[in-house]
Design a protein around this ligand. Structure first.
Ligand code: SF4
Length: 274
């Protein structure tokens, strides 16, 4: 399998199917996925949500069609780049569904790599275990929308207590973290962002990510919505900044057609302490 990603380097190692492993693909030497670090990004297959706007169609819907990649090959491969790669990100799909997650993170720690875990927050039991074992250096949790509207985004009835438990675990963990919301017109409105920011009050960082139309899990090639209005994104950031320390806006298309990593940033220490 060959995947292309403009400006990025992908690792593709042929391996026989049917071998029980964790990883489906790796993005090598990313400078943007782990704040402050250069990291390899490991993608795992399978997810317990079905967000209609998800870009990872095969990872979510057809993980069995993607070749497996033994985790040990990932660690072998990173060895030669350890002079500049200091971290590893595990993302998906949903990493917390992987029975080998603890072992993977432990192996990364043994290799002296910092670890970032991306999660949708629906397995607080797994999150708690990883935190108790000090296996995670940075956590990024998606908060899809306000709790009453979660079903319309996650694609299933969601037990809100699990999400709130994960949020609480992260906020009290002392581990560097971010929460993030993909802003999709019709699914995430200003009032949703306001409600989310209250749920994550006191968070270190909250990122609003602009949806960009492209083939997705739920909509296929017929994407019914466009990108959110940049003005609205700014307004959302201002509203959220009342409750969290730093708010950033990612993914806005700039004048030259490129996409910004972080177009807007609001630091609001004062608002939180007042
Ligand atoms: S965007 Fe939704 S469906 Fe896609 S991997 Fe994340 S939680 Fe799963």
């Amino acid at each position: 399998m060959i995947l292309a990603s403009p400006g990025s380097s992908w690792l593709r190692i042929p391996y026989p199917r049917g071998v029980s492993v964790l990883c489906k693909s790796v993005l090598r030497t990313s400078v943007i996925e782990f704040p402050g670090h250069i990291a390899d990004v490991v993608f795992v297959g399978g997810c317990n949500f079905r967000c209609p706007y998800c870009y990872n169609r095969d990872l979510v819907l057809n993980p069995g069609l993607l070749p497996d990649l033994p985790a040990e090959l990932v660690f072998e491969d990173v060895k030669g780049r350890r002079c500049f790669v200091d971290g590893i990100v595990i993302t998906g799909g949903e990493p917390s569904l992987q029975p080998e997650l603890d072992a993977f993170l432990t192996r990364a720690r043994e290799a002296n790599l910092l670890t970032k875990l991306d999660t949708n927050g629906y397995r607080p039991d797994v999150l708690r275990r990883c935190l108790e074992k000090h296996l995670v250096s940075y956590i990024a949790m998606d908060v899809k929308t306000s709790l009453p509207r979660y079903r319309s985004v996650a694609g299933l009835d969601v037990d809100h207590r699990l999400l709130l438990e994960s949020i609480s675990l992260i906020l009290s963990s002392g581990v560097e973290h971010e929460f993030r919301t993909t802003v999709v017109p019709g699914l995430v409105e200003l009032s949703d962002v306001e409600a989310i920011s209250r749920e994550i009050r006191g968070a270190q960082q909250y990122y609003l990510q602009a949806f960009r139309p492209s083939p997705t899990v739920g909509w296929g090639n017929e994407v019914p919505v466009g990108s959110p209005d940049p003005e609205l994104m700014q307004q959302m950031a201002r509203v959220a900044s009342r409750n969290v320390h730093h708010v950033g806006v990612r993914g806005l298309v700039q004048g030259d057609g490129t996409t910004s990593r972080e177009a807007i940033r609001i630091d609001s220490q004062e608002a939180l302490t007042s």
